[in-house]
Design a protein around this ligand. Structure first.
Ligand SMILES: [Mg+2]
Length: 261
């Protein structure tokens, strides 16, 4: 692969930021088909308990969708690549509040999907994604449409590329700004931020993490990324998080037995 380091040993001062699709759950043909393995919410619950609650999910999905996937677990979440955020005090904020420019692109994307079987529009309200995983041949035409829409609305909108998906969204927030906002607040502030993601949409998060001297981990082959560590697969990340929870639990137990803080 490359000369990047093996995944690091956990520290009790870490704050965990975790992407969802492709990181905690394997990518499926459509977003609604993604499932999170039963043991994952349990691992995250243990990690949260061992890190003072410093575990947040950072996804391109809406907060509502993330909650559905992890129910009944209720964690701090950044949704829509940072366009919405629910902090540890359960307060929801939306740093970019004007979705109006999106309205005029909605019909164009829906018309495209109707004319190209296998493509799918995922309307997230504040942003709209065009998926072509089911119609890889439509990629070039989808690019053409999105380029034309951006030429018309590029001052207000930007393109977020993902795996077999093009997403139009208002400018002004990304996963990096969301992580920075979490890190300014308890229980994250003062901790070492760790972010695990798998996609180009996560690169803004990796850049922020590197800037904060944190630990950036990309799932996959580790090419074209500014992440400093690479995890081979979703399963490898599951094992690493589970090991982290066991290690931190061992530390906590040791602290209790020796009476030292
Ligand atoms: Mg992902």
């Amino acid at each position: 692969m490359d000369d990047r380091l093996p995944l690091p040993t956990p520290d009790a001062l870490w704050a965990f930021f975790l992407d969802v699709d492709g990181t905690l759950g394997d990518i499926a043909p459509t977003p609604s088909a993604v499932v999170i393995a039963d043991h994952v919410p349990d691992t995250l619950t243990r990690l949260a308990a061992l890190s003072g609650g410093a575990v947040a999910l950072v996804s391109g999905r809406t907060i509502t969708e993330v909650d559905r996937l992890f129910a009944p677990l209720h964690l701090p979440v950044a949704g829509l690549h940072g366009l919405e955020r629910r902090n540890a005090a359960d307060r929801i904020s939306r740093p970019v509040t004007n979705p109006a420019p999106l309205e005029s692109t909605r019909h164009a994307l829906q018309d495209f999907a109707s004319a190209h079987p296998g493509t799918l529009v995922e309307d997230k309200g504040i942003s709209i994604a065009l998926h072509f995983r089911g119609a890889a041949g439509a990629e070039k035409e989808a690019e053409g449409l999105v380029t034309a829409l951006l030429a018309r609305h590029g001052a207000a909108l930007e393109l977020q590329r993902g795996k077999m998906v093009l997403e139009l969204r208002p400018r002004g927030a990304d996963k990096g700004t969301a992580i920075r906002a979490f890190m300014a607040e308890p229980p994250f502030a003062g901790r070492i931020p760790v972010f695990v993601g798998d996609d180009v949409t996560d690169e803004a998060g990796f850049a922020t993490i590197n800037d904060l001297d944190g630990i950036s981990i990309r799932v996959g082959d580790g090419t074209d990324t500014c992440a400093r560590y690479v995890g081979a697969s979703v399963a490898a990340i599951h094992r690493w998080l589970d090991d982290a929870a066991r290690t931190l639990a061992g530390h906590a137990q040791g602290t209790k037995e020796t009476g030292h803080e």
